[in-house]
Ligand binder design. Structure first.
Ligand code: FAD
Length: 418
């Protein structure tokens, strides 16, 4: 059965915004909205990551355990003025450069910059929890987990969710919707029903599989990193590659990127070990043969896509941000960073346009032209940059697995360093 629509606060209370997706970008957007006085209702199809059982399930599902957080993302955290950058950096491990592993196990460092620039390895779940906790500090934010968006009735300013715990439909009235529901966004699909959206989506032929490289346990029982934790480790092998990012518990998460056909060819323990002994010989003893075999055959093989669309908004009723608007291949390490930047830019534009959460009495149902103009300005400002980052990520797909070891690249790097 369906419950009656949740009523809007009666005027002159704050206006209501519905954020779909309590992932990295949705949680950050909730903070920005709360700071501007909106009544924020955040819905996510997943259970709450802070529940210990859910956290274990999330870990066991082994999808992109950690991510590289860069200056672009840090800037958006800083702009909240809540000290989020410092809090998150306490969870992070700075990586000052790449460490290239050749087929003979030799390692060569390539610094990211001459002024000590780095990117930072952070645990995806820990970062999400940090942002959800920060959002929940605001009285005007409520999280509703286990709620799946089914559709939006944009004409009537309603969003329809399935409450996964009760099986019932929940109709939510809202002034507008921020869609941060990821690459397979339902919000984006609803946008496409209402307006002329240009849309393109490409799957690359590579997929990915995550493997754990555990800590070394010393005689005193203290865990230690098996490789330098302040580098992003890369085993570039031209048509495929493996990378590894450090975790705070002294393990690394390795990600093997390979064409799906190749994954399909490695079907037995013997085939897998022969392949690793040939291409990643130094990683085998560090991961451990049994763990390698278990992880490889147990963990999912994820697909990777690049997705672009335009516009990102519909009137003053809906805007999409993060992967919902521009999913990219992960080789530039910028998907989340770009999503965080979306939030920073969106709110600087809303502020410039004088958009406010205060409802003027009698205003209900009418169009907020300031919000509408601000969202249009956001689409036009953000779209070229988002497309450029998607393209750069695709370029780095070749750079990381191949160009970093080409002679031309190494000579150019050498000249740049002089
Ligand atoms: P998501 O993280 O996908 O979150 C979407 C949320 O919406 C989820 O919580 C989901 O449960 C919820 N949701 C979905 N549908 C619904 C619905 N119908 N109703 C309600 N809720 C819904 N980026 C980086 O910046 N650096 C990196 O190093 C990096 N490495 C990566 C490595 C890999 C292997 C991959 C695959 C990606 C990587 N990325 C990286 C990209 C990054 O993961 C994404 O860009 C980022 O997660 C996008 O955040 P988001 O909040 O927009 O979407």
């Amino acid at each position: 059965g369906s419950t009656p629509p949740t009523q809007l606060n009666s005027p002159p209370g704050p206006r209501r915004v519905c954020v779909v997706g309590a992932g990295l970008v949705g949680a950050l957007a909730a903070i920005y909205l709360a700071q501007r006085g909106w009544q924020v209702e955040v819905y996510d199809t997943r259970p709450d990551l802070r529940d210990p059982e859910t956290a274990t399930q999330a870990k066991n599902s082994q999808r992109s355990i950690n991510l590289a957080l860069s200056v672009r993302g840090l800037s958006a955290l800083r702009a909240t003025g809540l000290g989020l950058e410092e809090q998150v950096m306490q969870l992070a491990i700075p990586m000052r450069g790449r460490m290239i592993h050749d087929r003979w196990g030799r390692q060569t460092g390539q610094a990211y910059g001459v002024f000590g620039q780095c990117i930072n390895s952070v645990d995806r779940a820990a970062l999400t929890v940090e942002l959800v906790n920060a959002a929940e500090q605001f009285e005007n934010v409520n999280f509703h987990f286990d709620h799946t968006l089914r559709s939006c009735n944009l004409d009537d300013r309603q969003a329809v969710f399935l409450d996964r715990t009760t099986g019932s439909e929940v109709v939510v009235e809202t002034d507008w919707i921020v869609g941060a529901d990821g690459a397979y966004s339902v919000c984006r699909r609803q946008l496409m029903r209402k307006t002329r959206v240009d849309y393109s989506q490409v799957y690359i032929k590579h997929g990915y599989c995550e493997l754990t490289l555990p800590p070394i346990v010393t005689a005193s029982g203290k865990p230690q990193y098996a490789m330098d934790p302040h580098h992003l480790h890369i085993w570039p092998r031209h048509t495929f590659m493996m990378i590894a990012l450090p975790n705070p518990d002294c393990s690394f998460t390795c990600t093997l990127f390979m064409p799906f056909e190749k994954f399909g060819e490695l079907t037995t323990r013997e085939e897998l070990l022969a392949f690793f002994d040939c291409y990643f010989p130094d990683a085998v003893p560090l991961i451990g043969v049994d763990r390698l075999v278990t992880d490889y055959f147990r963990n999912p093989k994820g697909s990777l896509m690049s997705l672009k669309c335009h516009p990102y908004h519909y009137e003053d009723r809906l805007v999409i941000v993060g992967d919902a608007a521009h999913s990219m291949v992960p080789f530039y390490g910028q998907g989340m960073n770009c999503g965080f930047e979306d939030v920073e830019i969106l709110f600087s534009i809303l502020d410039q346009h004088g958009v406010t959460a205060i409802r003027t009495p009698g205003e209900k149902g009418t169009t907020d032209t300031r919000l509408q103009n601000a969202l249009a300005c956001y689409t036009e400002t953000r779209h070229p940059d988002a497309v450029a980052i998607c393209d750069l990520a695709m370029y780095n797909y070749i750079e990381m697995r191949s160009s970093v070891v080409s002679w031309r690249y190494l000579i150019r790097k050498k000249l740049e360093d002089q």
